[in-house]
Design a protein around this ligand. Structure first.
Ligand SMILES: [Zn+2]
Ligand SMILES: [Zn+2]
Length: 307
């Protein structure tokens, strides 16, 4: 069962040092979800072979350009490519107005239905659900209203024991119901409990995205036990004062949030252009939270099952 995150951009503010502004793609059982859309996102999608037509939902954290300025281009490219499937965007309040102006003044017409769901960036709540995932907003502390997002995988289906299909003569039409938890009734009327004919499903996993934000402990209960946490680490801890002033976090602060929320793995991202080599940021985080990694562009991170 695929549940992974592909990093398309991990730099803050400007494209620099071979790194791009923020964008990433979450893949849950081959359904793709785009988080943020900084400048260059389309080129990164091409480079890393992301099938952009598989994206039907986009989640924007806030309106700073390094998270947003690729969006109008992506929306109009979809039109030029003849997209027909509806597209949904989730973002703090104000995006509808902004996109109306951009599309109107640029004379752009979309070939598909676009729905913009504006969120109250101060509220933690369920904002989207389909058959594979439930998504929650996570209020963050930044210079303008900003939402993080928590992706919770729906319970994966059980695997049916192949020998039981033969032994009990289970018809094909019953397979999906059994995978979904149903018991099986044999031709003679005997009820076989589900647990005797299936392997139990693996646990549901979750992925939390927290960027941009200063060190903000209110997120901890909302991301508690997430299997993977992406947290911004714009600076190292010797720049903690600057980080706080600008509504950003340090590598050590990201690790403290990971530790207190007892997540499985931490991914550091949103790096300041002042850092060419990111190794010191990783080392700093690891002194607090050993299972940390750098969100390197093009890398696909599988959301781990355990801690
Ligand atoms: Zn940013
Ligand atoms: Zn920002």
């Amino acid at each position: 069962m695929i549940f992974s995150v592909t990093i398309l951009g991990s730099n803050s503010a400007i494209p620099a040092n071979g790194r791009h502004p923020t964008a990433q793609v979450v893949n849950i059982r081959n359904q793709l979800f785009l988080i943020d859309c900084g400048e260059g996102t389309q080129m990164q999608m091409t480079q890393f072979r992301i099938k952009r037509t598989k994206i039907n939902q986009i989640f924007i954290s806030h309106f700073h350009g390094d998270h947003l300025f690729g969006l109008p281009g992506l929306l109009t490219s979809y039109s030029l490519m003849g997209r027909k499937e509806p597209l949904e965007i989730f973002a703090p309040r104000g995006l509808q107005n902004m996109m109306d102006v951009i599309l109107e003044t640029s004379g752009s017409h979309l070939s598909y239905e676009l729905t913009i769901n504006e969120l109250d960036a101060d509220v933690h709540k369920k904002i989207f659900e389909n058959e594979v995932v439930t998504v929650y907003s996570i209020p963050l502390q930044h210079r303008i209203p900003t939402c993080g997002y928590l992706f919770k995988e729906k319970r994966p289906l059980s695997n049916i024991r192949p020998e039981k299909i033969v032994e009990l003569n289970i018809p094909f039409s019953e397979i999906n119901a059994i995978k979904d938890g149903a018991d099986f009734t044999t031709a003679s009327g005997k009820v076989i409990p589900n647990e005797l004919i299936t392997f139990p499903p693996k646990r549901e996993r979750s992925y939390a995205y927290c960027s941009d934000t200063s060190y903000f402990e209110k997120v901890i209960p909302q991301i508690k036990n997430a299997n993977l946490l992406y947290h911004e680490a714009t600076f190292m801890d010797d720049k903690a004062a600057i980080a706080k002033e600008r509504g950003h976090a340090t590598s050590k602060e990201a690790a403290l949030i990971a530790q207190k929320a007892e997540v499985g793995q931490l991914l550091l991202g949103h790096f300041s252009s002042r850092y060419i080599n990111l190794e010191p940021l990783l080392e700093e985080a690891k002194t607090v939270f050993p299972n940390s990694d750098i969100a390197t562009e093009g890398t696909v991170f599988d959301v781990p099952f355990g801690k």
